[in-house]
Design a binder for this molecule. Structure first.
Ligand SMILES: Cc1cc2nc3c(=O)[nH]c(=O)nc-3n(C[C@H](O)[C@H](O)[C@H](O)COP(=O)(O)O)c2cc1C
Length: 325
C-alpha cells in the first residue's frame, strides 16, 4: 500500500519531515505544506529553508503550491524544477477563510470556468508534472460530478482527494463513496485522504474499498507517528517511540531555531502527541503553561515519564474534556 504524509501547515516542516523519515521510514512521499508564491517569489528565510532540497535531503518530499495566479504558479514550478524537484502539488483544498476569501485553495472550486482556465494554462506550461490535492466541492457534494469531469481532462500524475466540501471543513464524515467514483473514472491514480486515524479505521476503509491506490494520512500520523509502520504490518507505537520522537524533534528545533520559537512549535507538536497518551491533568497544565525552554524541557520529560500510552490511539477533535493541550 502506498502511504503518504499529507501536508500539515505549522507542523510537518522540513525538520519534522526529516526526523519522521529517520525514525519511521516507509512512507512513499511527504507532501509539504503549501507555499503561496507572489510576483517576486519572495519568501521568508524559514520558508526558503523549508523547500530547499538540502533541508529535504533523504526525504521524498513534494512541494505544494497554493495559487490562483497561473503566472505565479508557473514561475514557482520552474524554480522548483531548477532546484531539483520532480513533481509539484496544487492545493485546491485549503478551507481556511483567509485563503478562500482570496479565491485560493478550496476557494478555487467555486468557479469552474475560472478553475478550468487556470488548469488549462498551468498544465500546458508547467515545468513539472502537477498532482492535485482537492476537496470534493465548495458548498455541496452535488458539485463533485462536474469537478470530476474537469479534473479527468488533465494529465495529472495523481490526485489526492479529501472527500469533504470546503463548507464542511473537518465536520462530519468524509464522503467515501466519492473516492470510489473518482478512482473508477480518473485516468490517473486517486489517493484517498481523510479520517484514517488508526489500524481499525484503515481496516474499515479497506473493507469498503479493497484496492485503493494509496492513502494520505494527516492528523492520524501527527498523533501517532508510527501509524504508517503499523498499517504496513509493523509493530504499533510504543511509549519509547513517542518519547524518542519528541526528544529528537525538540533537539533538532533547538539546534536550528531561536529558542523563543522552539517552545511554541513544540506546543503545536504536543497538541497532537498528547492524544496518544493518558496524561495526569496537572502535567498537561504544566506543559501548556511552559514558556521558557528549561520549563518546557522539565514539563515534557515529566509528562513522558509519568504518562501511559493509550489503548486505542486515534486523533479526536475536540479532545476529551481536560485532555487536550
Ligand atoms: C493543521 C492543518 C494544516 C494543514 N495544512 C495543509 C496544507 O498546507 N496543504 C494541504 O493540502 N492540506 C493541509 N491540511 C489538510 C491535510 O493535509 C488533510 O487533507 C486533512 O487533515 C485530512 O486528512 P486527515 O483526516 O488524515 O488529517 C492541513 C490540515 C490541518 C489539520
Amino acid at each position: 500500500m502506498i502511504l503518504y504524509y499529507a501536508p500539515l501547515e505549522g507542523l510537518t516542516d522540513a525538520i519534522y519531515r526529516r526526523v519522521h523519515r529517520e525514525m519511521f521510514p516507509g512512507l512513499t512521499k511527504y507532501f509539504m505544506p503549501f507555499v503561496s508564491p507572489s510576483r517576486a517569489l519572495s519568501f521568508t528565510s524559514r520558508q526558503l529553508a523549508d523547500i530547499s532540497p538540502a533541508e529535504n535531503a533523504g526525504v521524498p518530499a513534494v512541494p505544494q503550491i497554493l495559487a490562483n495566479n497561473a503566472d505565479y504558479f508557473l514561475d514557482m514550478a520552474r524554480a522548483l524544477r531548477d532546484a531539483g524537484y520532480a513533481e509539484v502539488n496544487l492545493n485546491l483544498g485549503c478551507p481556511s477563510g483567509t485563503v478562500t476569501a482570496k479565491g485560493k485553495g478550496a476557494g478555487m472550486l467555486k468557479d469552474l470556468h475560472a478553475l478550468a482556465r487556470f488548469l488549462d494554462r498551468v498544465f500546458a506550461h508547467s515545468a513539472l508534472p502537477i498532482s492535485l490535492k482537492t476537496r470534493a466541492g465548495y458548498e455541496s457534494v452535488d458539485e463533485f460530478a462536474a469537478l470530476l469531469d474537469l479534473f479527468v481532462r488533465y494529465p495529472a500524475p495523481e490526485w489526492i482527494l479529501h472527500p469533504r466540501t470546503c463548507r464542511e471543513n473537518y465536520r462530519g464524515s468524509p464522503h467515501r463513496a466519492l473516492y470510489a467514483e473518482a478512482a473508477a473514472k480518473a485516468p490517473f491514480p486517486v489517493v484517498y485522504n481523510g479520517d484514517v486515524f488508526s489500524k481499525a479505521d484503515y481496516d474499515g476503509f479497506l473493507s469498503a474499498f479493497p484496492e485503493p491506490y494509496g492513502l494520505a494520512l494527516g492528523r492520524g500520523l501527527a498523533v501517532n507517528p508510527a501509524l504508517g509502520r503499523e498499517l504496513m504490518g509493523g509493530p504499533p507505537l510504543t511509549l519509547q517511540d513517542l518519547s524518542a520522537f519528541h526528544d529528537r524533534l525538540y533537539y533538532e528545533y533547538l539546534k536550528h531555531w531561536p529558542e523563543h520559537a522552539v517552545v511554541g512549535r513544540m506546543h503545536g507538536v504536543m497538541h497532537y502527541l498528547v492524544q496518544a497518551l493518558s496524561c495526569p491533568p496537572p502535567l498537561l497544565r504544566a506543559l501548556r503553561r511552559s514558556t521558557a525552554v528549561q520549563e518546557y524541557t522539565d514539563a515534557a520529560a515529566r509528562l513522558f515519564r509519568e504518562s501511559a500510552l493509550r489503548e486505542n490511539i486515534r486523533f479526536t477533535f475536540p479532545p476529551p474534556e481536560g485532555e487536550g493541550l
